[in-house]
Design a protein around this ligand. Structure first.
Ligand code: ADP
Ligand code: MG
Length: 494
């Protein structure tokens, strides 16, 4: 296949070598486990964490004479994913046997799709802070079975096999080599995971292995011919993807600059030392002898099947982001944080409806997410409900409390719960707008600081200092605007 390059080299991504700059080129093959209760070709459960070999049907164990039966729900999920990635849906696709021996593969072959995948070309929009968005081209998505798992740590001299995962449906999502840095690769995987979660087609749980990435890395002179790539297999966290790319690019650059050449090979990333090491070279690459699986007819469906799935798609992150910017006036950067999880955007909209969008956005991102991320609580389990946060935003808008008191109020609601309005009432947190009381505090501060009163005539910006003193004297409860106005009048500054 000929590789086209759609990227203009960006010096920000260049890596300095001993005799000039280098550019990294990355393409990813992501394995996403289909969210389905049953396996791709059998009715066995896909639940994670069952006792070894407790979710294995005769088909998954490859007993002689067993026949695979396609799971229609998994097909639907693959089509849904294709539509979510704006990809071409192939209404006719073919399952092939990919032949190899491994003890965790009882069939002696994996059922996959080779020449005719279910989904063709699509795209993922990748955004990095303060940079132009990058469109990463998707080459294809195919459906295939997962293999079982070998357990090497259960017995001193034996290995065991657990076939619970055997036959679970995977979508392999293959990108073109359109990524140019570790940060872009991480952002791509994050965005892909967000889209899969919006669609509900994969839970994106990398710890449980529901999402794993094979990362292809090569280096070249900026804008030059593509170099030979190495494939780093099964990287299972977004952070590791970044580390693996940075280490691998450096290794290849050093190798070439020392007069060597990069061998096309499969490598493994070791999180303990942050390095990649060789697993097998292309010379030993298997000849898989792909051929159409005679036990399965070509997979065909009509346009109505696709249309029904398309009609049922949720609003996806890019569209949601554009809408939030238009409807609530939030910045593009804030909008991308809000849409990073469907639940965050839903929470935000619950609060923002009928209120000021920007204020709400600040509270959701800076206070709520700030606190929740500290303790690792998902927003769906937030101890502060949208109604409670909404009440806090209202109290600020009505000038019942100042922004500073609002933060204290938020802490109380977070820790103890309760109705924010009642708390303000019962704990005497109301902002003082009574001018008599404010005037008294203002006069006291002015009287106690004659030297500063001199200075403020020269330097009007020093009014801020006086405001701070009065606010402090009032326990933060004076209305800062009223204080500011009164001070300016009394000190005679503009
Ligand atoms: P194969 O057929 O050997 O699997 P593909 O052409 O399908 O190879 O590519 C597999 C993955 O490797 C794709 O994600 C692709 O984007 C990526 N890739 C291909 N060439 C390069 C390269 N020179 N540098 C980095 N990644 C590459
Ligand atoms: Mg390939």
């Amino acid at each position: 296949m000929s590789l086209t390059d759609i990227r203009t080299p960006n010096p920000k991504n260049f890596i300095a070598g001993s005799d000039g700059d280098w550019e990294i080129v990355i393409g990813m093959e992501v394995h996403a486990q289909v969210s389905s209760k049953a396996k791709l070709f059998s009715g066995a459960s896909t639940a994670f964490g069952g006792d070894p070999n407790s979710h294995v049907s005769l088909v998954d164990a490859a007993m002689p004479g067993m026949l695979p039966v396609i799971n229609g729900y998994c097909v639907e999920q693959a089509v849904r994913t294709g539509l979510g990635l704006k990809a071409e849906i192939n209404r006719r696709s073919v399952f092939d046997r990919k032949n190899y021996f491994y003890p965790d593969l009882p069939q002696g072959y994996q059922i996959s799709q080779f020449k005719h995948p279910i989904v063709g070309e699509g795209e993922v929009l990748v955004e990095l802070k303060d940079e132009e968005p990058v469109t990463v081209r998707i080459e294809r998505i195919h459906l295939e079975q997962d293999a079982g798992k070998l357990l090497h740590d259960q017995h001193p001299s034996k290995s065991y096999v657990d076939l619970n995962r055997s036959g679970v449906a995977l979508m392999e999502i293959v990108s073109r080599p359109d990524l140019r840095s570790a940060d872009e690769a991480k952002a791509y995987l994050t965005k892909l995971r967000t889209i899969l979660r919006y669609l509900g087609t994969c839970d994106g749980n990398m710890e449980e292995g529901s999402l794993r990435a094979d990362v292809n890395v090569s280096v070249r002179r900026p804008g030059g011919e593509f170099g030979t790539r190495c494939e780093i297999k099964n990287v299972n966290s977004i952070r590791f993807v970044g580390q693996a790319i940075e280490h691998e690019a450096r290794r290849q650059i050093d190798l070439i600059e020392d007069g060597g050449t990069v061998d096309q090979e499969t490598r493994l990333f070791d999180p303990k030392n942050g390095e990649t090491r060789s697993m097998r070279s292309k010379e030993e690459a298997h000849d898989y002898r792909y051929f159409p699986d005679p036990d399965l007819l070509p997979l065909t469906f009509d346009q109505a099947f696709v249309d029904a799935i398309a009609a049922d798609l949720p609003e996806l992150p890019d569209e949601k982001k554009a809408r939030l910017i238009g409807e609530y006036g939030v910045t593009p950067y804030d909008a991308s944080i809000l849409v990073s999880e469907r639940e965050i955007a839903a929470y935000f909209e619950d609060v923002a409806k009928g209120r000021d969008g920007k204020t709400t956005c600040n509270w959701v991102i800076n206070e709520l997410l700030g606190q929740l991320n500290k303790v690792g609580t998902p927003i769906g389990e937030s101890p502060v409900s949208p109604q409670q946060l909404g009440a806090i935003v209202d109290l600020i808008g009505e000038q019942v409390i100042s922004g500073k008191i609002a933060k204290e109020l938020f802490e109380i609601v977070l820790a103890e719960g309760g109705d924010p309005r009642e708390i303000v009432e019962t704990r005497g947190m109301k902002q003082v707008t009574d001018t008599g009381a404010i005037e008294k505090a203002v006069d006291e501060v002015i009287a106690a600081n004659p030297d500063k009163v001199e200075q403020v005539r020269e330097k009007p910006s020093m009014v801020g200092w006086f405001v701070g003193q009065v606010m402090k004297a009032s326990g933060g409860k004076a209305n800062p605007q009223a204080v500011n106005e009164m001070l300016k009048a009394k000190l005679g500054v503009e």
